[in-house]
Design a protein around this ligand. Structure first.
Ligand code: FAD
Length: 310
């Protein structure tokens, strides 16, 4: 069995594995895709100490760093179930889709999250070419330009306020007849002169010239009329979904399906820790996920030092 088994090989998992392996304990990483969301990222400009890099390049460095240690990397493997130890100090089991069962004294869950997509024509085609999901990451690429934010919940209105300070103009498109964001955020957005809010708007297509985004089409749900907006960027803000479906019933999850952790990265199951976008951590970023990964690994190590083997 392992001492630490990390499930999910994004930045949180990579960081956990390195911190664990540096303690000289038996460490494994099982992941459906080493690199996680970073693999899908084009430019990264907020990974502190590296002025500018690209997702695949950062992933290559992550993998090189992990491989520098004695870590079993099991790539292309998906976990389907977690079974708690029969008693505290016993072995936790992780079942894989291929039927194998891995056992470990401690487990770190770092399965990340995925952006909810709107699934309209043009979205996939122009992702990274005008269609974006992370205002902290990509906002500065649209300096002085016109953008839309799709979604009028908290993340959408926060994105609009954030972007309004950088871009030329922001149009918020909300499908419902009212904004679901907190009133204080809505008031702030409404007070900003370069934000326009359109309700009851169903986005139907993101258009472009083949190279990059040039506009967006929506249907007014009251009149049924179709409208075009010219713009250079579209931020889709309709939710981040944690990859935790396989944990339902075994680990405490929040209402949004995020793994509930304490400040040591511990979950409610003894020996099971978690880190990164899959958890209740309020902000989802690479550098935050890496910090959380190291916290969870140190938390797991501390747990093992203090818990007699059952
Ligand atoms: P993830 O990166 O999501 O990794 C999770 C891993 O777990 C994946 O490898 C996945 O395959 C694996 N996995 C999932 N389920 C299972 C399972 N059941 N069994 C086994 N493995 C599983 N952040 C920044 O700081 N700067 C940026 O510029 C930036 N740009 C971004 C651009 C895009 C397009 C996207 C999508 C995100 C961006 N982010 C950026 C956010 C950042 O990528 C995430 O915050 C970060 O990757 C989270 O790390 P993580 O390790 O928690 O999860």
């Amino acid at each position: 069995p392992y001492d630490v088994l990390v499930v999910g090989g994004g930045p949180a998992g990579a960081s956990s594995a390195i911190y664990a392996a540096r303690k000289g304990i038996r460490t494994g990483i099982v992941t459906s895709r080493f690199g996680g969301q970073v693999l899908d990222t084009v430019g990264i400009e907020n990974f502190i100490s590296v002025k500018k890099t690209e997702g695949p390049k950062l992933v290559a460095h992550l993998e090189e760093h992990v491989r520098d240690y004695d870590v079993d990397i099991m790539n292309d493997q998906t976990a389907s179930k977690l079974v708690a130890a029969e008693q505290v100090g016993g072995l936790v089991s992780v079942e894989l889709e291929n039927g194998a069962v891995l056992k470990s004294r401690s487990v770190i869950l770092s399965t990340g999250a995925r952006w909810r997509e709107i699934n309209v024509p043009g979205e996939k085609e122009y992702t990274g070419k005008g269609v974006a999901y992370c205002p902290h990451c990509d906002g500065p690429l649209f300096k002085g330009k016109r953008v839309a934010v799709i979604g009028g919940g908290n993340s959408g209105i926060e994105a609009a306020i954030d972007l309004a300070g950088i871009v030329g103009h922001v149009t918020v498109l909300e499908f419902a007849d009212k904004l679901l964001a907190d009133a204080v955020l809505v008031r702030k957005a409404e007070s900003m002169s370069n934000i326009t809010i359109i309700k009851e708007a169903a986005t139907t297509e993101i258009t472009g010239d083949g190279e990059k985004v040039s506009g967006l089409t929506y249907t007014d749900r009251v009149t049924g009329e179709s409208h075009d907006i010219e713009l250079e960027g579209v931020f889709v803000q309709i939710g981040l979904v944690p990859n935790t479906e396989f944990l339902e019933g075994s680990v405490e999850l929040s209402q949004r399906g995020e793994i509930v952790i304490n400040d040591r990265g511990a979950t409610n199951v003894p020996g099971v820790f978690a880190a990164g976008d899959a958890t209740t951590v309020p902000f989802k970023q690479i550098i935050i996920a890496m910090g959380a990964g190291s916290t969870a690994a140190l938390g797991a190590f501390d747990y093992m030092m203090r818990t007699p083997v059952a």
